[in-house]
Each structure stands twice: as C-alpha cells, then as structure tokens.
Design a protein around this ligand. Structure first.
Ligand code: UD1
Ligand code: MG
Length: 451
C-alpha cells in the first residue's frame, strides 16, 4: 500500500456543534477527533494532506506529526470543494487516493486498510465504505445497482421518501483512483439542496462513465459514526471508552466497573493493576504493574512505577511516584513532584514541585511546596512549607533522616541538615545544622537547661 495518498477533510466549522471550537478539535477520549483519524491511517497513509479552513491555525498547531501537508480551504463550499484544495497533490499522484472526514474518530485502522486492499485487489475505480443503520437520518444514502455496485450517493436533504428509506449509508471513507478524482474535481457542480460541492457526486459521475464504484459494507456500524452534534459526540465518547477499557482488560488489567472508568486513548497500564470505579486516567498517564488505583482518583500526565497504591480521592498531575509507595486518601500532587520508592504521602496532603526521597513520609495534613525531602525523613502532621513571602517563591531543602515535629512551619528559604529535628509547633526561619534540634517561635536551638 505504499503508493497511497491520503486526504483528510477538516475545514468545516461544524455548525451543529454550536461551539466556538471548530468541530474536529473537540476531544473524544482525551484526543481531538482529528488526531484519532490521523492515528487510524498513520501506518499506511503514504503522504497525508489535511484540508483545514475554519480555525486553520489552531487545527495545524494541534497536530504534532511532521509528515502532514496542510492546504487551506478559505470558504467551506462543501466536501468536494474541500478535496479540490488538495488538487495539486492529487494531480501528480498515480494510484489510489484515500479520503476520510475528520469527524469520524471511531474508525479502526484494520477497516480502512482492508478498504484500500479491497480497492486494489478488485481494481475498482472507487470503493466506498458503507454501513447499514436502523436510523440512517442525516447520512448520505447508498443507491445500489442491480449488480450490487453503487450508482449514487444521495444526501438526506436531496432525498425523496423512497431514498430516505434506504438504510445503507455513506461513511465518508473512500478510496478513489487519482485520475477519476482529478477529473471529477474539474467537473463538479453545486446543483443540490445545500448548493454545495458534494464529494459524494463523484459516484454518479463515475457511473455515467461506466466506471465501477464498489461498496464495502462494514460489520461494526459504530465505527462510522460521523460526529455532527454534541449528542453524537457523547455516544462516540462512550463507544471509544468501552473499546479502550476492553483493550486494557485483555492486557491483564482489572477494571472493577468499566461503565464508570474513564481512560483516555493514550494511557499505558501494567498487568495486575486494579482500577476502582470513578477513576479518570488522562493525558498520557503511565501506570506500572500491580498498582491499585482507588475510587474517585484523577491522574493527568502521571507516571506510577510498579506496586503503587493510590487510595481514594487522590489527584496526581504531571508527577511521578516510585515503586511500593502509598498515596492518599485525599492527596493532591500538583505538577512537578517526584515521589521516591517506599514512601507514604497520606491524607489531606498537598505537594507542589516537591522531590521526596526514598522511604520518606508525609503522612497527614501537610502542604509541601518547592521542596526537597531527604531519604527516610518524617514530616509530622500539620507541617506547612511556607514557600511564598507575598512576592516570591522560595525553596526548602531537608536532608536525610530528619524528624519534623507536628505543626512545624518551615519559612522558606530554609535548609534543614541531615538527622536534625524540629519540635512540635516550631516556626523555623533559619537554617538548621545537621543533627541539631530546634524548638519554639521563632525556632532556636534546644537545650535541656533552658526548656
Ligand atoms: C458527509 C457526506 C455524507 C456522509 C457523512 C458521513 C457529503 C456531501 N456528505 O455528510 O454522505 O453520510 O458525511 O459522516 O460529503 N468539510 C470540509 N469542508 C467543507 C465541508 C466539510 O472540510 O466545505 C469537512 C468537515 O470538516 C468534516 C467532513 O468534511 O470533517 C464532513 O463534513 P460534514 O459537514 O460533517 O458532512 P455531513 O453532512 O456529515
Ligand atoms: Mg459529518
């Protein structure tokens, strides 16, 4: 399939979405519709031309792959007109052109590659992916000839009652001989209810020239859902999430209640990990083997090693957690935290830009911001890292094997040397030397005689 050219249409506004955001940028399972479509064809697409128009700049910026050409459709005059914008690529291409719409994120790779193969094996002039729907409203209908080839696609708005009763619909995925396509683009018109250049008219055009349009009927109709409004967006979201959950379960992940587990498309989870209900795994989160993700937790760009236990109602954002560490319940890790191995971050603890050494513990009711905590150090209940002086943020650095007493306030910038201690309720404003114990407000060196 090396001689393929792929054109993806993504210029339309998506008026029926009633949104300030252009349609193809709406996310489904954490990724834009358009990126799902690109991922679907990635492996066999050949050169990809993406037709952008509405919010073109935003659409271009949303795509990270660098093997994609963009062409702009200034005015959205229909799907045929959109393809015409890629004309210079089509003209010089010899072989089939794969066309997809950017609003069909549920298409599977295998289906599209099968379509291309079939097109090539049958030496068809055009092959169109079709589906039979119990409610085909809104889709273009497939009109077949007696010999089962396709004679025309008729849009809902142009269809008379007998056509509307046809249940077989056009998915918007086609493989078309480049020469036929190029010729059609020079000859299409807007003689229809919407006064648009319909790409779908190419089928009647081919038929008039005695060229062959083959249908390929899909088994799983959910794949071809074209998203035009928010209700369909929600349906697609549900379908995609079911597929994602199933994939992880097949890989050995226990999902206690798939119906209430929300895993984005790009998440990695190791085997024997158990996921409780109402968990959200988002933004390229990676979870190791044998972890427990407690109920009502939300992970965004989180990296969890093996054997991590996350207790209920915890939020982890852009942070990593080492092997055998327990976090939560009700813990909030804000971006930039790296928690070591065998640590404990307990209930009602908030951390931000905090590096926590192996074996360290922050068990209860603390705020740890802009800090390093050494190995095996214990941070007592209620400790606050006062990192903000009203103007600037400052760092706190704590050595190994330190004991911070309950309710200590560490006024940054401050350093606590290894094996030092602070008494309960102390307010530490100056550095503490290794092995030293400080107490009081402001904290001073502890001596048995004075205290
Ligand atoms: C289209 C098909 C219909 C099919 C359905 C499948 C046509 C005329 N109709 O209808 O037969 O059943 O998809 O989902 O092709 N776009 C542009 N520029 C434009 C117009 C559209 O780039 O000027 C893009 C849109 O961004 C979208 C795609 O083309 O990604 C499809 O457009 P849309 O308006 O959703 O077409 P449908 O009415 O759904
Ligand atoms: Mg559509």
């Amino acid at each position: 399939m090396s001689d393929l050219l792929t054109v993806i249409l993504a210029a339309g506004k998506g008026t029926r979405m009633k949104s300030d955001l252009t349609k193809v940028l709406h996310p489904v399972a954490g990724q834009t519709m358009l990126s799902h479509v690109i991922k679907t064809v990635d492996e066999f697409a050949g050169e990809i031309v993406c037709v952008v128009g509405h919010q073109a700049k935003k659409v271009k910026e949303s795509i990270t792959a660098d093997n994609i050409h963009f062409v702009e459709q200034q005015e959205q005059l229909g799907t045929g007109h959109a393809v015409k914008q890629a004309e210079k690529y089509i003209e010089k291409h010899k072989g089939p052109v794969l066309i997809l719409y950017g609003d069909t994120p549920l298409l599977r790779s295998e289906t599209v590659s099968q379509l291309v193969e079939r097109h090539q094996n049958l030496e068809a002039d055009l092959t169109v992916l079709t589906a039979i729907l119990t409610n085909p409203t809104g889709y273009g209908r497939i009109v077949r000839k007696e010999n089962e080839y396709v004679e025309a696609v008729i849009e809902e708005d142009d269809a008379e009652q007998s056509i509307k009763e046809i249940k077989e619909i056009n998915s918007g995925v086609y493989c078309i001989d480049s020469q036929l396509l190029y010729e059609f683009l020079q000859n299409m018109d807007t003689d229809n209810a919407q006064q648009e250049y319909y790409l779908t008219d190419i089928i009647a055009y081919a038929d008039a020239k005695d060229l062959i349009s083959c249908p390929m009927l899909i088994n799983d109709q959910t794949e071809i859902v074209g998203i035009n409004d928010r209700a369909t967006l929600a349906k697609a979201e549900k379908i995609l999430r079911e597929r994602i959950n199933l994939k992880h379960m097949k890989n050995g992940v226990t999902i206690i209640d798939p119906a209430t587990t929300y895993i984005d498309a790009d998440i990695e989870i190791g085997k024997d990990t158990v996921i409780y209900p109402f968990v959200y795994l988002e933004n390229a989160t990676q979870i190791g083997e044998n972890c427990i993700i407690g109920p009502h937790s939300r992970l965004q760009e989180a990296r969890l090693a093996d054997d991590v236990e996350l207790l209920e109602h915890s939020i982890i954002r852009k942070s990593s957690i080492g092997t055998n560490t327990i976090v939560g319940p009700f813990a909030y890790l804000r971006p930039g935290c790296n928690i070591g191995e065998n640590c404990k971050v307990g209930d009602f603890v908030e951390l931000k830009k905090a590096q926590v050494g192996n074996g360290a513990k922050v068990p209860h009711l603390s705020y740890v911001g802009d800090a390093e905590i050494g190995e095996n150090t214990n941070i007592g209940a209620g400790t606050i890292f006062a990192n903000y002086d009203g103007v600037n943020k400052h760092r706190t650095s704590i050595g190994n094997n330190v004991f911070i007493g309950s309710n200590t306030v560490l006024v940054a910038p401050v350093k606590i040397g290894l094996e030092a201690k602070t008494g309960a309720g102390s307010v530490v404003t100056k550095d503490v030397s290794p092995g030293e114990t400080v107490v009081g407000v402001p904290a001073h060196k502890y001596s048995k005689e004075k205290n």
